[in-house]
Design a protein around this ligand. Structure first.
Ligand SMILES: *[C@@H]1O[C@H](CO)[C@@H](O)[C@H](O)[C@H]1NC(C)=O
Ligand SMILES: *[C@@H]1O[C@H](CO)[C@@H](O)[C@H](O)[C@H]1NC(C)=O
Ligand SMILES: *[C@@H]1O[C@H](CO)[C@@H](O)[C@H](O)[C@H]1NC(C)=O
Length: 632
């Protein structure tokens, strides 16, 4: 069975919840992405992207698609989250998603509880139950047939929770990280160290074998575990012992045909050319690893060679791609042998093909050179026919030609999605291989997540790295061993989660940094604030000379008098991310109403459409909060 074959509405219905494809999608956007967004949203986009983007017609089309789709994608993801998402009413709180950037953090306690539920994959006592992919939304086991176990689940959960736990430690909440999050993570790390060397189901939930994605996620989880344990003064000896062996095994997915064979230890008649490989490369992207081949970084010779082989596998099989030049972007699917719904392009895969290239461009710009090797030559030649092996420094004409060719190629994939997305911005799962009509599950969370990460990379927003200088990340042992360490497992006892220990509500912005709220061991051990500095972000395309302001129902917001409205700043405004920001100190425990206005050069005022916006300023330990809106 195939997770992707389950209509999205089932994912959020009362019947079942599906844990880790959603975890995969959301961990990248709402966790990794949120930290990255905080660090860089306000940073001007690189001159490269800005300059090039302003010159070409294709790029303008992609720009306008990105600008309109971005808020829709985010909103639609939130809509798919229980209990109160607009498409998710009745869904249990915190079961499906990794979302510390929302105000309701029950997710963490939910995972602690889920780990203890015995299920058809097994139980917690020997760890086997941790790889169960599917539960009912009331926390009970799902006992129907399914592709289980899925061993990427524990690894992804560990990585997701460690990413959040790092944020906790960095923001003064170390005791929460060690007492609430770490006990959950420890079980998952033990699982990976014990079971990594057994077959399981792949990320499409179809193939039982060894999956490239699962093995890469497992290695990364143990490196994350090693780094995080050290950060909190503990150790993970199983992480340190086993990570090198998983990385060793990962190398064997590189096939003599010059591409990644995504599924091994299985004989299912497939070529192994699979989006699995591209998704792995982008989800384990760490800019500090440069173009490292052992971890298949997006700009590594292997990942680029694989990108070409993977994309080429779809050129001739989809009518939609006919007539496209051989070096041009096309619609791509899961694997060429796919027969589900007759086998079609998937939005998330076409976006992943773009994302890998944006990642590569980021690293080349950082390191100031592009290296073409005999392994990656065919990839470059398809885009730039006179490409030859060598290293080209930025500023050289060859560097510029190669870089521009890859950028244009990347934009082409996004443009393909722009062309075949529904006209109102909804992204389904697939689009028809013959005519591009949206197909299968509607409003697929993973499609939106894939869009958001791709366009974040497009504007130079990259995830924080996971290697952190740890040699476990990249050193491959001379010989591989099928070792494993039997773990010990115990129930994490967290039943609730301290309030306010999240990066803020809504879309994270640069200004959300609760540095004034220091470590507390319990949620009540801090003083309730009487005033809260609220950071507002509003997305509004404006013309030169216009100013965005906020006006509302209380004196701090001008009591609806536009002459007393609070002016916002355009310092974070870019063409691809047209946001205005401002901070207002508001009384805690108050319900307010507000609207945004644009003040034109002649002083006239343009109001947002009704209704008035409502906001209740929580009286809590936190003296800061944030709010993100899109002009209505
Ligand atoms: C276990 O690891 C060994 C050594 O890397 C490898 O040859 C074998 O294929 C692996 N098997 C599975 C099922 O992971
Ligand atoms: C787009 O239209 C479809 C069909 O009417 C609807 O189900 C979907 O919710 C709409 N999407 C958005 C983002 O408005
Ligand atoms: C918004 O608030 C103002 C001031 O209280 C009020 O006059 C107006 O009717 C409100 N708009 C709506 C749509 O409720």
């Amino acid at each position: 069975m195939d997770i992707a074959q389950i209509p999205t509405n089932l994912l959020v219905s009362n019947s079942t919840s599906i844990i880790h494809p959603i975890m995969h999608a959301l961990s990248s956007v709402l966790l990794l992405g949120s930290c990255a967004f905080q660090a860089v949203l306000g940073r001007p986009e690189s001159d490269l992207f800005k300059a090039r983007r302003q010159t070409e017609l294709l790029r303008r089309d992609v720009d306008s698609f990105v600008a309109t789709e971005e808020p829709i994608a985010l909103e639609q993801i939130l809509c798919n989250i229980g209990p109160s998402g607009c498409h998710a009413s009745g869904v249990g709180s915190g079961l499906l998603i990794a979302s510390p950037s929302r105000s309701d953090p029950d997710y963490i306690a939910g995972q602690a509880r889920l780990q203890t539920v015995s299920n058809p994959s097994g139980s917690l006592s020997d760890g086997t139950g941790l790889a169960e992919p599917k539960y009912n939304t009331d926390f009970s086991a799902f006992t129907g047939a399914w592709g289980r176990p899925q061993r990427d689940g524990p690894a992804l959960r560990a990585t997701t929770l460690i990413t959040y736990a790092n944020w906790l430690v960095d923001n003064g909440y170390e005791s929460t990280a060690t007492s609430v999050v770490w006990p959950i993570v420890r079980n998952d790390l033990a699982y990976v160290a014990q079971y990594w060397n057994q077959t399981g189901f792949d990320l499409w939930e179809e193939v039982q074998g060894s999956s490239f994605f699962t093995i890469a996620a497992s290695h990364r989880a143990l490196v994350d575990g090693s780094n995080f344990a050290a950060k909190i003064g503990q150790s993970c000896t199983a992480c340190d012992a086993i990570a090198p062996q998983i990385l060793c095994f990962q190398q064997s997915f590189w096939s003599s045909g010059g591409y990644i064979n995504s599924n091994i230890n299985v004989n299912n008649g497939r070529s192994g050319k699979d989006a699995n490989s591209v998704l792995t490369s982008i989800s384990n992207f760490d800019p500090s690893l440069g173009c490292d081949s052992a971890t298949f970084q997006p700009c590594s010779e292997r990942a680029l060679a694989n990108h070409k082989v993977y994309v080429d596998a779809f050129r001739s099989i989809y009518t939609l791609n006919s007539g496209k030049p051989s070096g041009g972007a096309v619609a791509v699917g899961r694997y060429p042998e796919d027969s589900y719904y007759n086998g079609n392009p998937w939005y998330l895969n076409t976006l992943a093909a773009a994302e890998q290239l944006y990642d590569a461009l980021y690293v080349w710009e950082q390191q100031g050179s592009i290296t073409v090797t005999s392994t990656s030559l065919a990839f470059f030649k398809a885009l730039y026919s006179s490409a030859a092996t060598g290293t080209y420094a930025s500023g050289s004409s060859t560097y510029t030609a190669l870089r521009d060719a890859v950028l244009n190629y990347a934009e082409g994939f996004v443009n393909n999605v722009a062309t075949y997305a529904a006209s109102n911005g909804s992204l389904a799962e697939q689009y028809d291989r013959n005519n591009g009509t949206p197909l299968s599950a509607r409003d697929l969370t993973w499609s939106y997540a894939a869009f958001l990460t791709a366009v974040a990379r497009r504007s130079g927003v990259v995830p924080e790295g996971w290697a952190q200088g740890n040699k476990l990340a990249t050193s491959v042992p001379g010989g591989c061993a099928a070792t494993s360490i039997v773990g010990s497992y115990s129930a994490a006892t967290a039943t609730s989660f301290p309030a306010n220990q999240t990066p803020g509500t809504g879309v994270p912005t640069t200004t959300v940094k609760p540095t004034t709220t220091r470590a507390t061991t319990t949620a009540t051990a801090c003083a309730t604030q009487t005033a809260v500095s609220v950071s507002f972000t509003v997305r509004k395309v404006t013309n030169f000379g216009q100013t965005v302001k906020i006006v509302g129902s209380i004196p701090a917001l001008g009591s609806w008098d536009t002459s007393k409205a609070v002016a916002f700043s355009a310092s974070s405004y870019t063409s691809s991310n047209p946001i205005w920001t401002g901070s207002v100190t508001l009384p805690a425990g108050t319900a307010i109403q507000y609207k945004y206005i644009v003040v034109n050069t002649d002083g006239s005022v343009t109001w947002e459409a009704d209704p008035n916006r409502s906001l209740t300023i929580a009286a809590s330990c936190s003296s800061t909060s944030s709010r993100s809106d899109t002009w209505q």
